[in-house]
Design a protein around this ligand. Structure first.
Ligand code: CP3
Length: 340
């Protein structure tokens, strides 16, 4: 598999490419299946339909990896927090976790209930070409905790940060509880057929430097060390978004560092490129314009070259209204420009 080889820094015929949120609303085929499912969560729950949308980007775009179609928030849902996705507003939990009792009430072993995820993974792996990798994933403890504490997406993270500075032990006990679940969750995903796993720390950039390493990166490292110990052959990708200023302190046992678009590739290469394969980091909005897109691709390749050590990706998720023909063009372009 080109993608798995690239994660292990082996020689590949070209730089592999996939895109975060590659299954989504910019594809009419996705919108069609989503309508059939009724809601986003029902789509996540349906093994047959989730399998179909997981495979769509591989069939349509010929990307090198499929990523499990699901959401990071299905774990907190199974831990006991009823979840809704409100159109135009995003995720919403009807309960929040802001004091000791609600941390204690969170269900232990909830990952065992995510059978629809494991079944989707094994279905996809059965149908996917042997040349293509399947990526399993989860949210980071910190990013999941912010949703559980706030009850929804946030710009200020008021309640999460209040807990961090007024009752750090409570936040740690929540993060530890989530970490335990995530270990079981990724272990089960790999046993079900995921070839690679990725941890999304989307709200890493909400934390100041010291707080980031104490409340987020520490747990990311704990999870990746666990995966590397239990499944040494499975590559682990860590994606902390928005921490360009902290790269000098990044360490740990993992294979690939996901570089977001706000982090200059030069910085990532300087601090991490010798130790980790780098994945990224085209600004997704560049896909609105072909010239802007090519300029972005050239700039990334001028830093990363066309040797092993790089996986091409966007620097964050695909946007719902990106022109599909430009996405197709990007895949072609990267494969052509990086042919060895
Ligand atoms: O193609 C893929 O990348 C796989 C599927 C995937 C989804 N969510 C599907 C989804 C993945 C890997 C995620 C991860 C996820 N979910 C993250 C981390 C990555 C990131 O983007 O930073 C986060 C923070 C979430 C939480 C979440 N889920 C939000 C904030 C939203 C609403 C925003 C939006 O785009 O509407 C979702 C919903 C969601 N997750 C959609 C998809 C395709 C849109 C649902 C729809 O309307 O069809």
């Amino acid at each position: 598999m080109v993608f798995v080889d690239a994660c292990k820094r082996r020689e590949t015929p070209y730089t592999p490419i996939w895109m975060m949120r590659q299954a989504g609303r910019y594809l009419s085929e996705y919108r069609e299946v989503r309508k059939q499912a009724g809601s986003f969560l029902q789509l996540c729950h349906s093994v047959e339909l989730a399998t179909e949308v997981t495979l769509q980007p591989v069939d349509i775009l010929d990307v090198d990896a499929a990523i499990l179609f699901s959401d990071i928030l299905v774990l907190p849902l199974e831990m006991g927090l009823p979840l809704d996705f409100i159109a135009g507003e995003g995720p919403h939990f009807s309960k929040t976790v802001r004091e000791k009792t609600s941390v204690n009430n969170l269900e232990i072993g909830a990952y065992k209930k995510l059978t629809y995820v494991y079944d989707t993974i094994s279905q996809v792996r059965k149908k996917l070409s042997k040349q293509k990798a399947l990526i399993g994933f989860c949210g980071s403890p910190w990013t999941l905790a912010t949703y559980m504490i706030e009850g929804e997406g946030s710009k200020t993270y008021t309640h999460s940060k209040k807990m961090l500075y007024t009752d750090p032990n409570l936040l740690h006990s929540l993060l530890q509880k989530i970490t335990q679940e995530l270990k079981g969750y990724l272990d089960m995903q790999i046993k079900s057929g995921a070839d690679v796993v990725m941890v999304f720390d989307s709200w890493a950039g909400a934390l100041e430097r010291e707080a980031y390493f104490e409340f987020s990166w520490k747990y990311m490292k704990e999870i990746s060390a666990f995966v590397k110990k239990t499944h040494p052959q499975t590559p682990v990708i860590l994606f902390p978004k928005g921490i360009a200023g902290y790269l000098d302190r990044i360490d740990g046992e993992f294979d690939v560092f996901g570089v977001d678009w706000s982090t200059p590739m030069e910085y990532a290469k300087k601090y991490l490129g010798n130790k980790y394969v780098l994945q990224g980091n085209l600004e997704p909005s560049r896909l609105y314009d072909i010239n802007a897109m090519e300029e972005g691709v050239d700039s990334i390749l001028s830093v990363m070259g066309i040797q092993s050590g790089h996986i091409f990706n966007l620097g964050h998720g695909m946007l719902p209204d990106l022109p599909r023909e430009n996405v197709l063009c990007l895949i072609e372009m990267v494969k052509n420009k990086t042919k060895r």
